[in-house]
Design a protein around this ligand. Structure first.
Ligand code: PEP
Length: 249
């Protein structure tokens, strides 16, 4: 069974106390939600305190990244093992901000995904084209390459633990959203790419949409058959908006 998921990527926002307040509100307001899995991805410094607040709830805990090495002299990095030990169950890997600002290549992303999986963490693997690629009608080949270079190199037995987030770069934080037709078209394409490699297992892969998703457009986007939820940036910093998006299923 494919899971409906709404995941909040807090990015580099909130202090620890603000994050704890935010997640407490999310816990409180999500009590009657049943057909959707909520995930929160706070900054590293908030993982333990936020994890404490969601104990006993169905909300999942995600990091926004993990190191591409297992351990050792990598100043400033946080390993998948450390994250798992701190209670992290999911890790956002390959967000376009990491690809663009920190030059993370497919090679690096594959290492991160393998380390996450080896430590029992489900990767939320982000893919998506930029505006130039969309305008040149290259979006299909771009996402296919992003999947082939990383996900096709993951052990078949681990494939079911992977969540895909399709996030057109031109829609992230811009207020521009893909139309529901654009989202369905490319989500169906992504699923087909996965089906060809992994067979029927890909029917169960959750493929999330991300890019200026908000309460006013979530229902329309989530109504598409191959859209299984959303990765939410800006709107996940407001508990009411985040919950309203989750209630759009
Ligand atoms: C994101 O960064 O994953 C994202 C979707 O951001 P926003 O919702 O703010 O566009």
């Amino acid at each position: 069974m494919r899971m409906n998921i709404v995941a909040g990527n807090w990015k580099m926002n909130t202090t620890v106390s603000e994050g704890v307040k935010l997640v407490s509100e999310i816990v409180e307001k999500s009590k009657d939600l049943s057909n959707v899995k909520l995930i929160v991805a706070p900054p590293f410094t908030h993982i333990l305190s936020v994890g404490e607040k969601i104990k006993g709830s169905e909300i999942g805990l995600s990091s926004q990244n993990c190191a591409d090495e297992a351990q050792g002299a990598y100043t400033g990095e946080v390993s998948a093992k450390m994250l798992a030990d701190a209670g992290v169950e999911y890790a956002i890997i390959g967000h376009s901000e990491r690809r663009e600002y920190y030059k993370e290549s497919s090679e690096v992303l594959l290492k991160k995904i393998k380390l996450a999986l080896a430590n029992g963490i489900s990767p939320i693997f982000c893919i998506g084209e930029n505006l130039d690629e969309r305008e040149k009608n290259r979006h299909f080949e771009v996402v296919k390459k992003q999947i082939e270079e990383v996900i096709f190199n993951v052990d078949e037995n681990d494939f079911e633990k992977i969540i895909i987030a399709y996030e057109p770069v031109w829609a992230i934080g811009t207020g521009k959203t893909a139309t529901s037709e654009q989202a369905q078209e490319i989500h169906a394409y992504i699923r087909n790419v996965l089906l060809e490699k992994f067979g029927k297992k890909a029917e169960n892969t959750s493929i999330l949409y991300g890019g200026s998703c908000k309460p006013s457009n979530a229902k329309e986007i989530f109504s598409q058959s191959d859209v299984d939820g959303g990765l939410i940036g800006g709107a996940s910093l407001n508990a009411d908006d985040f919950i309203a998006i989750a209630k759009s299923f």
